[in-house]
Design a protein around this ligand. Structure first.
Ligand code: TXA
Ligand code: MG
Length: 333
């Protein structure tokens, strides 16, 4: 089978949209792993109904077995195959935001394999909007698990090259769909409790959700510690330090005086010592989100000792960015 999979991978290079979709579906049907572009981040996709393929996802990422995966679907019509007691609000949210950067946490159907949901009573479901991901899902005609296509705990990939560099030969096929338009993971809305709440802020803002829900959704605790809710996660290899914007220059000067090479990632240029380099991040929050992981991947490859950043405003997409930055910085404390 390995030979066939690598043949499929070779053939996928330089192909038309339809041929790429066909190759991806072929690899998935054979139980292989396909890195697929979505509008949020690249996902590591496998057939959700094939236990051996799901096990390969955990192995490739080095992800603990009790951490649940999001099942991706080609349309909201497939919800009932995976979830039960689906509240009316789920259909309203699906109608408003699918395909798109929204994941719904619902009560799982009893036949959903434990391996997918890590033994939880809930299941996470989403319909992505990237044309390639959607076309593969619709051609595959069944659910695909797809966690972010990165080693457990590390930066999420927003370019095909990020996946190639991180997971190399652990993936049978990497589909290159260009840069992910949103650049930050989907918003997870928990609909398994009485009141809908945000289990993970992401590419769909609470403000946008409020327009459909009729109230501003609050953050909610998940029952068990799952990857995105771990205190330390989404981390670059280089140490990340968060500082207030007004303290960035002084902090960079202090670190440089200790002999450290520092990158300061910020929307505004600043006066920095020789050993420090300013890296521009867009001020506009959706552009910031789009550039976020790519910029971190790029600076992480350079010989810096410290990355210095400030939290953006916490409204709109800023709430997801703050969440990722705080968890990434926690990895170094
Ligand atoms: O944008 C996204 O959501 C991307 C793209 C590829 O779709 N996927 C993604 O998957 O971010 P992953 O596995 O990296 O993060 C999924 C998050 C994790 O924090 C996981 O714990 C949570 O969703 N999750 C999945 N199923 C769950 C469940 N049944 N109950 C609670 N949390 C769940
Ligand atoms: Mg992830």
């Amino acid at each position: 089978m390995c030979e066939t999979l690598s043949e499929a991978a070779k053939k996928a290079a330089e192909k038309s949209f339809e041929e790429v979709v066909e190759s991806a579906v072929r690899v998935l049907r054979q139980g292989g792993l396909v890195a697929l572009p979505t509008e949020t981040v690249y996902g590591l996709a496998a057939d959700a109904k094939n236990p051996a393929a799901v096990a390969k996802v955990f192995a490739a990422k080095g992800r603990p077995g009790n951490h649940p995966l999001i099942v991706h679907l080609g349309s909201a019509a497939e919800l009932e195959e995976w979830a039960q007691n689906i509240p009316e609000v789920a259909w309203k949210l699906a109608e408003a935001f699918w395909p798109g950067p929204l994941t719904l946490l619902l009560c799982r159907k009893p036949q959903v394999p434990d391996a997918i949901v890590g033994g939880q009573p809930t299941i996470a479901l989403r319909v992505p909007s990237h044309p390639l991901a959607l076309a593969v899902l619709q051609a595959f005609q069944s659910g695909l698990v797809a966690p972010s296509a990165n080693t457990f705990g590390r930066l999420s990939p927003t370019l095909a090259q990020h996946v190639q560099q991180d997971l190399q030969n652990k993936v049978d096929l990497v589909v290159d769909g260009g840069p992910c338009s949103i650049g930050i993971e989907s918003t997870i809305v928990d609909l398994s409790q009485n009141t809908p709440g945000i289990a993970r802020p992401g590419g769909l803002s609470a403000e946008a959700l409020a327009k459909v829900l009729g109230f501003f959704p609050q953050p909610c605790q998940r029952a068990t510690a799952t990857p995105g809710s771990l205190r330390a996660h989404y981390a670059p290899k280089t140490q990340l330090i968060l500082e207030k914007p007004e303290a960035l220059e002084a902090c960079a000067a202090q670190l440089c005086a200790q002999g450290k090479r520092v990158a300061v990632l910020h929307p505004h240029k600043m006066a920095l010592p020789e050993n420090a380099q300013w890296v521009c991040l867009p001020k506009d929050l959706s552009q910031f989100a789009h550039a976020f992981y790519s910029t971190l991947h790029a600076v992480d490859k350079q010989p810096f000792d410290v990355l210095l950043m400030s939290l953006p405003e916490a409204d709109g997409l800023g709430s997801a960015l703050c969440d990722r930055l705080v968890r990434a910085a926690n990895a170094f404390q």
